[in-house]
Design a protein around this ligand. Structure first.
Ligand code: ADP
Ligand code: F6P
Length: 324
């Protein structure tokens, strides 16, 4: 028989992402609507192990749907990667009467949820990361806001790049994944898009491309470089020396993780938050919520973690033609 859930814990873990607050709000309100109690676990698994656990009522999540960051705060916690840490976490859940935990984070955080599920605490994962690097889902909470933030910043760099007839290398986040770079590259009309999944490290090709574009009369040359490749400053120096075109590097950094979530991030995060509660109420555990082919769906965490995802080949190929 499915375990009855009376009290739901919720935590955010790993890098924060705009829309996490919308998800927390939805968890709290959907749970209360279903007659459940909610406990907020602060600072991810680190806060769980420190018993930083607070009761949450509907009013505690008012005025947060529009805010970036996470009111529960977030952390990375090495101790929770050990069997002892996980055992301690499960015991603390039991001590606080927490029967189910909703974990909002990335793949690393899901591994923690998987371990808690194995120790008898029902868990549901929600994909929260600006990187879009979770294989089971086409959408992750925060990606839409982050790419829009980065896109607006790159538009601004492009203005000054054009005025000064420069080449600009703009580095965007994404850890080992190139999704933010690909989307911005297309949205900003970049002349070159460097993705960790695709880049062959042939800098001479970039140099030739800049020189060709100069001959064609292009007044700027925007290179969107993914964090997974990095080294934008030294790349800029080498490119300037080889082309004679003044080149500047801009690293957008953590500004991409902040700011008010877009409408899409608010709506999808809200839907996913409510769905996580509904899954727990149905007695489900060790599941992760995703978005695929137009539907919100859920997967077994073990299967989700085993999936792989590639950069969309067609979009990558056409991006080269679009910046002719
Ligand atoms: P993300 O969730 O964004 O992928 P991390 O990889 O930093 O971010 O993971 C966040 C946290 O999840 C880690 O600090 C750790 O507490 C927990 N975690 C990561 N990997 C494991 C694991 N193999 N087992 C248990 N917990 C893990
Ligand atoms: O996973 C989100 C992310 O912002 C990545 O894009 C980036 O590599 C990493 O987190 C940065 O982490 P930190 O906030 O620890 O510098």
């Amino acid at each position: 028989m499915a375990k009855e859930i009376n009290t739901i814990g919720v935590l955010t873990s790993g890098g924060d992402a705009p829309g996490m607050n919308a998800a927390i709000r939805a968890v709290v309100r959907e749970a209360i609507a279903k007659g459940k109690k909610v406990k907020g676990i602060k600072r991810g698994y680190a806060g769980l192990l420190q018993e930083e656990i607070i009761d949450m009522e509907a009013k505690d999540v008012s005025d947060i749907i529009q805010r970036g960051g996470t009111i529960l705060q977030t952390a990375r916690c090495m101790e929770f990667t050990t069997p002892e840490g996980q055992q301690k976490g499960a015991e603390i859940c039991r001590k606080h009467g927490i029967d189910g935990v909703i974990v909002i984070g990335g793949d690393g955080s899901f591994k923690g949820a998987q371990k808690l599920a194995g120790l008898g605490i029902n868990t549901i994962g929600l994909p929260g990361t600006i990187d879009l690097d979770i294989a089971c889902t086409e959408y992750t909470i925060g990606f839409d806001t982050a790419v829009n933030t980065a896109m607006e910043a790159i538009d601004k760099v492009r203005d000054t790049s054009t005025s000064h007839e420069r080449c600009s290398i703009i580095e965007v986040m994404g850890r080992g994944a190139g999704y933010i770079a690909l989307w911005c590259g297309i949205a900003n009309g970049a002349e070159d898009i460097l993705l960790p999944e695709k880049y062959d490290y042939d800098e001479q090709k970039l140099v030739n491309h800049i020189i060709e574009n100069r001959k064609k009369g292009k007044q700027h040359h925007i290179i969107v470089n993914a964090e997974g490749i990095g080294h934008s400053a030294s790349m800029a120096k080498r490119i300037e020396a080889a082309t004679g075109v003044e080149t500047r590097a801009t690293i957008l950094g953590h500004m991409q993780r902040g700011g008010n979530p877009t409408c899409k991030d608010r709506v999808y995060a809200s839907t996913m938050g409510a769905m996580a509660v509904d899954l727990l109420c149905e007695g489900k555990s060790n599941r992760v919520v995703g978005y695929r082919h137009g539907d919100f769906v859920d997967f077994d965490i073990d299967e989700a973690l085993a999936m792989t995802k590639e950069i969309p080949e067609y979009q990558y190929e056409i991006s080269k033609n679009l910046s002719l």
